[in-house]
Structure formats: structure tokens, C-alpha cells
Design a binder for this molecule. Structure first.
Ligand code: AMP
Length: 553
């Protein structure tokens, strides 16, 4: 494990891609194959292979508490060190630096404790297991154990670079390594196939999820035609949960975008099982009532409930709208054209009464796209997704073949009331802003935004907020409510998290409103209005104009 940690440090210290690949490939070459397999998985920032659904079930708070106990440092000292690094692993290394004499641990021991953690029940058993491992590990090893557990090594190494290192270490073509990794969902097993020269024999396995193809965001319809060859297949952009269903015989499994199993919608199993043959379909699960989509906030009520009662299933019915077919009866279709995949999907679903193929329009001009966009908004959707008809399915990529166009639901002018230090790249700067709306003389917090400002603006704001702090709470500062921001968001929900009683979904900072004073910001009254509009939105008659529907301000 020490050599693994030293290699990671060296990878972090260089910005050169080729050097990172060289370092990782010589580490892999130097290790016995079982250890190289474990190292490859850990280097991808995961305790387990990508297809593996096990989770460690230990959050940041528990990890921080354990590190605190091991280092015997005060909470204040810990928060100072955390603030400096913005990363729990780096914090652990610094806090434990004085601890000498730990014998060190092997990659095998780390892997087996991860396995035990996943099957352990209850936080105290998990803490005991991890404590045992961390007590034996050297500070640099603890650092990377913690980083793997939090899911990000922060050393500038993406999984695609690990693939390149595997190709280099065993002198295999990078395309073969990438394809095997995509099919297996396991960089460790891919490494073993590369080692044994068996990459070409790798076959796709049903019930191992494939990464999802993603869409590139655009601001206007015109941009879509600038980027792609005409015409485009245009679908509604659904605000639900992206899902991939695998079926063979009577067995059905649904996976989410994080490649975890989705178990909350038992009513989808029967219609999926009823379709002929073996297949994988890709689509979106959305809440749906009386021929209208319901806001995501409704669907959310069904999440986290394994066995929903009948009442809930009827109260918030869902629909699985399908837009792609990735595999059918022994044939992987990723390299087929979209039009062909859709043709086969329609045939597969022809007999189904409960499952539906996403309706499509062929758009040849910008005007046609804009019309489709307005119609999608009026029907209660988030916007549109435009897809090149001759595109292949490229898992995990945001290519130039799928584009998404959506409008923010609304914007609010708010004032910043508290600021926090950021994580990772943004540690040491005040980059997370809590903001409020007004009710009379009172300011009521409604959300927190992390994105939308440039690095230069954040640096400038950090200086400003340090000078205008009213109360320093360590990692958080209550600041004078002077800075007015315009924030966009996708929708809002009732929530106890903030004192306004509402929370915003996907808030992002659009601009700094230097032209507005804190007295002129939006009120709780307007928030209530927007919330009410959102609730009635899906009931709008189709064909209503976008402007009437409350979408986009
Ligand atoms: P966003 O959530 O804004 O990043 O949008 C990307 C997501 O839109 C995808 O991951 C899908 O879950 C979702 N999506 C909704 N409708 C479609 C569609 N018709 N085709 C592809 N993706 C879609």
C-alpha cells in the first residue's frame, strides 16, 4: 500500500498526462497480478469495481470522527487542518504525521477490510473494523484509504488514464482496453484480461450496467445546428430518473445513473418482464398522472422506499419512457446507428400497453427545434434533447451527438448571508454561499450555491467577505447581508432545511446584481407564488405557450 500511496503522490505532483500514465503503469507492472488488480480499482477512486453494488456505508462525518480519535486532536485543530486542504484524506495524513511506528498495511488487507465494511451491520461495527486497519496503516496509507472511501483521490487521474496505464503496462491497444472496461465495468478484471492477452474475448454480461450516454448542454437552439449535422431526432427532456433495465427470462433489474440498482418501482417489473427476449433498454422514469408529467419533487417522495404500499403507487404513479436499446438477444447494439436502435426498440415495445417509446420529432431547422422546445415546455417537460440520427451509443461520454436545451424554471434575486470554505480545488477560498430572500425586515435563508462564479470573482469575494464577517464559526462565516446575486434553479420544494421553508433544486449563480440593494431582493411572497405556479404547471392544457407556463423568466 505504501508504494501505491507514493505513486499517487507522484501522480498528483505532475500535470503531465504522459508522466501520470508512466508512473501508474510502472506501479502496475511492479506488483503481483492480484495486487495490480486491486490497485487499478483503487486508482479509479473506488473501493469496489464499477459494476459491484456493494457500498461501504460510512459517511464523511464518521470518518472524520475516527481520524479525530486516532490523532487525539481537538475539533478546532481538525477543522483548521481540514480548511487548509479541503480533503479528509489530506487532513488525516497531516494529523497523523507524528504517529510513527505503524507497521503498514498491504493492498490485500485494505481490499478485505473494504469487503468486511460493506457487509458489516451498524456504525459501531464498521468503526471498529476500520479503526483496526487505520491503526496499522502509515499516515500516507491512511490518506489514500480515506480518499478511496470518499470516492475521489484528487490526484488528477481519471479512469481513462488508468485504462491508458493498463494498455502501456501490458502493451495492449488502448481501444481494446477501453472496450473491455466498458463491457466488464471492472478496471481490475480488464487489467487481468490485458495481462493474459484475453481482451478480445471479453463478452458483454447482462445485469452488469453500462455507463449512460450523456447530453451536452446548449443555451440556444441555434447552437445545436452549429454543432451537429442536420436533421436531428428531438425528444422531450424528462425530469425524472435516468434508468437502464436489463431483462432475461423472468429476471429484471433496473439501474440508475450511478449504476446502483433501482428498487423503488416494483410495478415496472411486470411490463418489462413481459417484453420478448433478452434486452437492455435506456430511458427515464418519471412521475406521471392523467397524461401529464408531475414535477420531480413528486417522484422524490417515492425514492428510498423499497416496498411502497399500494396507496403510494396509486398516489404517485410512474411511467418508464424508453429512448434507447443497447442490447438485444445476444447482440450488443452500441455501434448501431440511433435510427436503427430506435427502430428495434419500437418493434420490441409494439405489444406493450404500459411501456412507451419516447415520442420523437425530426427537426431540420432552428425554427422547428424552437417549436419543439416550446411544445415540450408547454407539456410540462424540462426542455428537449436533440440527437444525431446517425450517432452511436457512447457510454459515459458527453459527445457532440446528444444536446440538451432547457430553461431555468425561474430566477430569484437573493442576498448572501453566510459563506463557507470550498472543497478540493476551492479549499482556502470562500466559495459556497448561503443566500436569503426577504420577509419584511427579516432575511430568510432559502438555499446554497456553489457554482456560477469565476475563480477571480471568488477570490475577490473571499477578500470582501473576510472583511465583512459578523461571526466566524470556523469553516462558516455569517457575513453582512450586502451582496445581491441572481440565482437560477430548476424547481423548488418545501423543506425544513432552511428557515424560509423552501429549498431550490440545482441553484446556480447567474450574476452579481450590483444594480440592486439588499432591500430590493425578492420576497418570500414571490417564492410562494413561484411554488404555487410549479404545482399547477403540469395541469396546463397542452398547446399553451411557454411564456404562459411559468418556464423561464
Ligand atoms: P441534466 O439532468 O440537466 O444533466 O440532463 C441530463 C439528463 O437528462 C440525462 O442524464 C437524462 O437522465 C435526462 N434525459 C431526460 N430526457 C432525456 C432524453 N429524451 N434523452 C436522453 N436523456 C434524457
Amino acid at each position: 500500500m505504501l508504494r501505491f500511496a507514493q505513486t499517487c503522490d507522484a501522480v498528483a505532483a505532475t500535470t503531465k498526462k504522459t508522466e501520470k500514465i508512466r508512473l501508474v503503469s510502472s506501479l502496475l507492472q511492479s506488483l503481483p497480478i492480484e495486487d495490480a488488480t486491486r490497485a487499478a480499482i483503487f486508482l479509479a477512486g473506488r473501493p469496489f469495481p464499477r459494476w459491484d453494488e456493494r457500498v461501504l456505508g460510512m459517511g464523511g462525518r464518521l470518518l472524520a470522527r475516527l481520524i479525530g480519535e486516532l490523532s487525539a486532536k481537538s475539533g478546532e485543530a481538525m477543522s483548521g487542518v481540514y480548511r487548509k486542504h479541503g480533503d479528509l484524506g489530506d487532513m488525516a495524513e497531516e494529523l497523523l504525521a507524528e504517529r510513527s511506528g505503524a507497521p503498514g498495511v498491504s493492498l490485500g488487507e485494505v481490499a478485505s477490510v473494504f469487503g468486511e465494511l460493506a457487509s458489516a451491520r451498524g456504525q459501531s461495527e464498521k468503526s471498529k473494523l476500520l479503526r483496526g486497519l487505520l491503526e496499522r496503516a502509515r499516515p500516507a496509507e491512511v490518506k489514500y484509504i480515506v480518499k478511496i472511501m470518499t470516492g475521489d483521490l484528487r490526484i488528477g487521474l481519471r479512469e481513462s488514464l488508468v485504462e491508458e496505464a493498463v494498455a502501456k503496462a501490458y502493451e495492449r491497444p488502448i481501444a481494446s482496453v477501453r472496450r473491455a472496461n466498458m463491457l466488464l465495468g471492472d478496471i481490475g478484471e480488464t487489467l487481468q484480461c490485458a495481462f493474459r492477452n484475453e481482451l478480445e474475448t471479453v463478452r458483454f454480461r447482462l445485469f452488469h450496467p453500462i455507463d449512460f450516454m450523456l447530453a451536452t448542454p446548449v443555451e440556444t437552439a441555434a447552437e445545436i445546428f452549429k454543432n451537429a449535422a442536420e436533421p436531428m431526432v428531438v425528444e422531450e427532456k424528462y425530469d425524472g430518473i435516468r434508468a437502464q433495465a436489463h431483462k432475461s427470462g423472468t429476471r429484471v433489474k433496473i439501474f440508475s445513473r450511478t449504476l446502483d440498482e433501482v428498487v423503488e418501482f416494483p410495478e415496472l417489473r411486470e411490463p418489462l418482464a413481459a417484453l420478448c427476449g433478452e434486452y437492455i433498454v435506456d430511458g427515464e422514469i418519471l412521475a406521471w398522472h392523467e397524461a401529464q408529467p408531475l414535477p420531480f419533487t413528486q417522484l422524490q417522495k417515492r425514492l428510498g422506499r423499497r416496498n411502497p404500499d399500494l396507496w403510494l403507487i396509486e398516489e404517485i404513479p410512474v411511467k418508464f419512457v424508453l429512448f434507447d436499446l443497447l442490447y438485444q438477444d445476444g447482440e450488443l447494439l452500441l455501434d448501431e446507428l440511433l435510427v436503427e436502435r430506435r427502430r428495434r426498440l419500437k418493434r420490441l415495445l409494439a405489444q406493450s400497453k404500459k411501456l412507451q417509446v419516447a415520442p420523437e420529432r425530426m427537426c431540420r431547422t432552428r425554427e422547428a427545434l424552437e417549436e419543439a422546445f416550446r411544445a415540450a415546455l408547454a407539456a410540462g417537460h424540462e426542455g428537449i434533447v436533440a440527437k444525431a440520427p446517425d450517432s452511436l451509443y457512447t457510454p459515459g461520454r458527453r459527445g457532440r451527438f446528444w444536446f440538451k436545451l432547457k430553461e431555468p424554471f425561474a430566477t430569484l434575486d437573493v442576498v448572501v448571508t453566510a459563506v463557507e470554505y470550498g472543497h478540493g480545488k476551492r479549499h482556502g477560498v470562500l466559495s459556497d454561499y448561503t443566500f436569503a430572500v426577504r420577509q419584511g425586515d427579516r432575511l430568510l435563508n432559502i438555499g446554497k450555491a456553489y457554482s456560477g462564479l469565476t475563480d477571480a470573482e471568488i477570490r475577490e469575494f473571499t477578500d470582501y467577505f473576510l472583511k465583512h464577517t459578523m461571526e466566524d464559526q470556523g469553516f462558516r462565516r455569517i457575513v453582512e447581508p450586502k451582496i445581491v446575486l441572481e440565482v437560477a434553479f430548476n424547481n423548488m420544494q418545501r423543506s425544513n432545511r432552511h428557515e424560509s421553508g423552501f429549498a431550490l433544486r440545482f441553484p446556480r449563480i447567474l450574476r452579481i446584481r450590483q444594480d440592486k440593494t439588499p432591500e430590493q431582493i425578492d420576497t418570500l411572497e414571490r417564492v410562494r407564488e413561484l411554488y404555487a405556479r410549479q404545482i399547477t404547471l403540469p395541469r396546463l392544457a397542452s398547446g399553451a405557450r411557454a411564456g404562459d407556463s411559468g418556464m423561464g423568466e
